[in-house]
Design a protein around this ligand. Sequence first.
Ligand code: 13P
Ligand code: SF4
Length: 314
Amino acid sequence: MEKAELISEIERLKKEKNAVIMAHYYTNGEIQDIADCVGDSLALAQWAAKTDADIIVLCGVHFMGETAKILSPNKKVLVPDMEAGCSLADSCPADEFAKFVAQHPDHTVISYVNTTAAVKAHTDVVVTSTNAKQIVESFPKDQKIIFGPDKNLGSYINSITGRNMLLWNGACHVHEKFSVNKILDLKKQYPDAQVLVHPECKDVVVRLADKVGSTAGLLKYAISSECNTFLVATESGILHEMQKAAPSKNFIAIPPVDSTCGCNDCAYMKLNTLEKLYNVLKNEGPEVIVDDAVREKAVKPIHKMLEISAKLGL
Ligand code: 13P
Ligand code: SF4
């Protein structure tokens, strides 16, 4: 099918089936353009919790589909490609995490949303990069905390809150690849540019940032900043929305350590295509399924995150 036909078929099926298409900022531009809502991990969870659609098509990665299913268990949740995983979620196997948690019974467990449902089931409160700082700060200063699985986000939150959370040793393969040297080279070329960094990057990269934030946070900053040029250290899909929202500004994707590998693209996010979106909607499958016993436990820390975020106006 030609692209135009695919788009009109997706629109037709969406109405016919009362489906909503949600997309993360890291997906391809054409997916973002056809989606009903495009956002960061927190926004996707918030929308999934309150939609009245019968079907949620989550264009992102598998844990985002799982989170949507946990929040809306009576809806059909579809992801265009079941192989769209996440290296960060993979760096935290649930059985090993459960052992780690059991070894520290006096610790509160805070998990990044980039985890499987099974890990969330061993968690007290889930966070995203939009609300991690505030949620950590909602606990008393002397509260012992385990933070998993992203050691980079965890150490960034430790540094800005003065906490000493015990960190799981996980990381995202995309964000770990940004190089200090490439940023310094680009700064020479664009001396007035501001550097935007996602907190999943290593601390040496975070230290070069003018703004550290979630995808939504970086986007908001870029729109309101007086600056015209930005060097962006996160997955390159976000540039689509940045350029759309601020067409007169210049956004430059910082290349990874090895610029020939294109690894500032998340291969998992890029598995979402219009064709797969069309097929999953047409076939109403494959569906994201979460085991009931796991869901019962995993829903609590996600609800806790949504409640705290709502109180904070996030
Ligand atoms: P946010 O969009 O919440 O900043 O998350 C980034 C990410 O890596 C999603 O997988
Ligand atoms: Fe996971 Fe990294 Fe891809 Fe985000 S960019 S989905 S953390 S692998």
